[in-house]
Design a protein around this ligand. Structure first.
Ligand code: PPE
Length: 307
């Protein structure tokens, strides 16, 4: 990975190589940490801006609440610290990773009185599923691993432990020659991918699964609003895997993946086998919004400049 100079660590800017923890850190053993993935975009003459920083900061606080972690910062402090981290590293564009974790103290499942620590790292990160993927689309499979139901792990928390399920699905997909996996919920309905939400387009209408078993993706919410504003009909709907097979278009979305078209699933070509017109339209409009080229969505952007 491309490293940068500083990591924000419990309120201080620490040199990248010194941002370390003890090997008996609670979260390392039991997975009790929550995180965010945020992108900052270069807006040319207008400086830079972080996409939906307010919503990401609030989701981090919410994730900690779900896990009963006493996060020592407010959403406003997380917002400010994120901008501070980007500026300290002179990053005009970046992927930002805040992480709140149960720290070093006592061992045993009960986090008890262990400290809760927080870091914010930022680094340049290009297209998540490859630059070509944004254009040509990716090949996916239905995972053999089921997404958790809401009374096992809770999908509204962006918790590290939840990602063990994603990791199993991702390794399986990649080893079998696919780019990504989509997971079904315990009822057999489509939930989400290992790190993205999913949308399909059929007969001009856009559909996405309801949020029962999935993370409330901020990109997903933005696309729903943007698509409706562009005049598309968008439905949140219990989606079955065969509806993806017969869709005209399908795409994944997420902070890292942005809008990535799906060209094949379980050996069925989706639509024309490349990014369809609605996907391309949404991609184009999404990139305009994040780069500050659409004043209507200015309130989604947290602007900053590099000295
Ligand atoms: N579902 C999952 C499971 C998920 O991890 C993400 C984000 C989403 C949906 C989309 O959420 P949002 O980013 O708010 O639109 N995945 C993050 C982690 C990727 C990684 O490999 O790390 C991300 O995109 O930042």
């Amino acid at each position: 990975m491309e490293t940068t100079e500083f990591i924000w660590f419990d309120g201080k800017m620490v040199p990248w190589q010194d941002a370390k923890v003890h090997v008996l850190t609670h979260a390392l053993h039991y997975g009790d940490s929550v995180f965010e993935g945020i992108r900052a975009y270069d807006c040319g003459d207008k400086g830079s801006s972080v996409f939906r920083l307010k919503e990401h900061s609030q989701r981090l606080v919410n994730s900690a609440k779900i896990l009963r972690m006493n996060i020592p910062y407010t959403a406003e402090q997380i917002y400010d610290a994120t901008i501070e981290t980007l500026r300290a590293n002179k990053l005009k564009a970046a992927y930002v990773r805040p992480l709140v974790f149960v720290g070093y103290g006592e061992m045993g499942v009960n986090p008890g009185h262990n400290p809760v620590n927080m870091i914010i790292a930022a680094w340049p990160w290009g297209a998540y599923l490859g630059a070509e993927a944004l254009e040509k689309g990716i090949r996916i499979r239905t995972s053999s691993f089921t997404r958790f139901q809401p009374n096992t792990l809770m999908s509204k928390a962006k918790a590290a432990g939840n990602y063990v399920n994603s990791i199993l699905a991702k390794i399986e997909a990649v080893e079998d020659g696919y780019d990504e996996a989509v997971m079904l919920d315990p009822q057999g309905l489509v939930s989400e991918a290992t790190g993205e939400n999913i949308f399909v387009v059929r007969d001009g209408k856009i559909k996405t699964p309801q949020l029962t078993n999935t993370l409330g993706g901020i990109t997903r919410a933005s696309i729903i609003e943007l698509a409706r504003d562009l005049g598309y009909q968008v439905e949140e709907y219990p989606l079955s895997r065969d509806e993806i097979y017969i869709a005209d278009e399908a795409f994944f979305c997420g902070t890292a993946a942005e809008i990535t078209p799906i060209r094949e699933m379980d050996h069925r070509t989706i639509g024309a086998g490349h990014a369809g017109p609605v996907t391309k339209h949404l991609q184009q409009e999404f990139f305009k919004v994040v780069r500050g080229e659409n004043p209507k969505y200015q309130n989604w952007l947290a602007p900053y400049t590099i000295d």
